[in-house]
Design a protein around this ligand. Structure first.
Ligand code: UDP
Length: 484
């Protein structure tokens, strides 16, 4: 029987931090629009994805052939999760070699059903080349950014204004962001700090950005209400539409590595705590802190006297997925002394469940955008400790523009003092603190803003993010009809 539904192609870069938001997007499109979603990736990533799809999903997973050893990578490595910093770039660069296979898949899809050409192709921001491929085949194309508008805008503005490694000053401004403050060298991701315009990272990023010209626009996992500055940057720079359609988050059944034992442990523990009393500490799926930072953080948690859940990972220099050696990496006797008020989680934590619990008051986070969206959607204010990539700029957006965060530390090498950390924990968590109450009030406002943005039609009115998704598909449909 001929396919009657519209086809939407989705293609993320091979990194969990990219695949997860794309999977969330795929499920969102399937549920909101009922379209036929086709998810492209390399074989090992597709294999892993099979178990993440809910049983009722009809998303089609298509493999793109890939042999990592052809690109100087260790055998069977198709995801940044298992790669060193140097090899991450190799994997990124090797993705250009996927082009002929992607072209073939698109041609096959068109041949399969010429009267139902794919409606659109939504690709990763690192896959600039996909825009020309889609254009050649007359398919509407957009990038999807799993980052905030502001974070991505700063990130790309930095690439477009190299170099930044200055000897005379640690501070600099970017021409595109006069309003948004002065940047400090400690906010530079390592690859940008080292870039001079001629190194492999710069060449890749600048070439990638140039090819955006062939795209029809950019979808963002953010909401327009609090991320205008970054969205405007892209609108002006690209002279193309941007569609803030977020927050698009994974439904619980598709979240990775759920461990029922840990979930129950956290749930029972949180149920025993008072409303708004717990600090949740987690640095995401890939980042950890140095051994000395870890000691200071432990001492700060002890000094603060607050209840806390801390997702502990081995410090920098050790395999992040290896066993956590509390005796070695935490102050002597720490676990015993805090046993009544601190829960250390050594496995994958049920972060969304934790953030949505009424006992949780504040989130100490590395400001990865998924974590931020999860905190904002649950009205939880943040203590920011950005570590890498655009997390530094997310922290600026949260603190300076939205007012729901206080930065406590920056990067994996900075010196942190237990007294400073404890002071900031107190500032934000104390229920009598003016600053803390102001942040709680704003976080609650943002939570409501998000609920409104995602709202489907009530009395003929849609929320801004739902509306943006409609506008995106209307533009795709109009383009398809005019090409027909
Ligand atoms: N996460 C989780 N449990 C953990 C660590 C991370 O559920 O123990 C999830 C978290 O909820 C978020 C994602 O992993 O959805 C991390 O994404 P983010 O963009 O915040 O940071 P990244 O890990 O990409 O640096």
């Amino acid at each position: 029987m001929a396919e009657t539904k519209e086809k939407v192609i989705i293609f993320p870069f091979m990194a969990q931090g990219h695949i997860i938001p794309f999977l969330a997007l795929a499920l969102h499109i399937e549920r909101q629009k009922g379209f036929n979603v086709i998810f492209l990736n390399t074989p090992l990533n597709i294999k892993k994805l099979r178990s993440s799809l809910p049983p009722d999903s009809t998303i089609r997973l298509l493999e793109i052939p890939f042999t990592s050893s052809d690109h100087g990578l260790p055998p069977n490595t198709e995801n940044t999760d298992v790669l060193s910093y140097t090899n991450v770039f190799r994997l990124l660069h090797s993705s250009i070699s996927l082009r002929p296979s992607v072209e073939k898949i698109l041609k096959d899809l068109i041949r399969e059903n010429p009267s139902r050409k794919p409606l659109c192709f939504i690709a990763d921001i690192f896959f600039g080349w996909t825009a020309a491929v889609a254009k050649e085949m007359g398919i509407f194309h957009a990038f999807f950014s799993g980052c905030s508008g502001f974070g991505l805008a700063c990130y790309y503005s930095l690439w477009l204004n190299l170099p930044h490694r200055k000897v005379d000053s640690d501070e600099f401004s970017l021409p595109d962001f006069e309003e948004a403050s002065i940047f400090h060298v400690s906010q530079l991701p390592l690859n940008i700090f080292e870039a001079d315009g001629n190194d492999p990272w710069s060449k890749f990023q600048l070439g990638n950005l140039l090819s955006w010209v062939d795209s029809n626009g950019v979808l963002f996992n953010t909401i327009g209400e609090f991320d205008q500055l970054g969205l405007l940057y892209f609108k002006r720079k690209l002279s193309k539409p941007v569609w803030p359609i977020g927050p698009v988050l994974l439904p619980s059944e598709s979240r990775a590595k759920q461990n029922e034992f840990t979930s129950k442990l956290c749930r029972d523990w949180l149920n025993s705590k008072a409303l708004n009393s717990v600090l949740f500490v987690s640095f995401g799926s890939m980042n950890t802190i140095s051994a000395s930072q870890m000691m200071q953080l432990a001492m700060a948690l002890e000094k603060s006297g607050k209840d806390f859940i801390w997702v502990v990972r081995p410090p920098i220099g050790f395999d992040i997925n290896s066993e956590f050696r509390a005796q070695e990496w935490l102050p002597k006797g720490f676990e015993e002394r805090v046993s009544s008020r601190g829960l250390l989680v050594q496995t994958w934590a049920p972060q969304v469940e934790i953030l949505s619990h009424k006992a949780v008051s504040v989130f100490l986070t590395h400001c990865g955008w998924n974590s931020v969206l999860e905190a904002l959607s649950n009205g939880v204010p943040m203590l920011g400790w950005p570590m890498a990539a655009e997390q530094f700029f997310n922290a600026v957006l949260l603190e300076k523009e939205i007012g729901v965060c206080v930065e406590v530390a920056r990067g994996k090498k900075c010196e942190v003092r237990c007294e400073d950390l404890a002071e900031k924990i107190e500032l934000v968590m104390n229920l009598d603190s003016e600053k803390g109450n102001e942040m709680r009030r704003k976080s609650f406002e943002v939570k409501e803003m998000i609920e409104n943005a995602m709202r489907n039609e009530i009395n003929g009115l849609k929320g801004s993010s739902s509306q943006a998704l409609d506008e995106f598909f209307s533009a795709a449909m109009a383009a398809k009809n005019s090409n027909a």
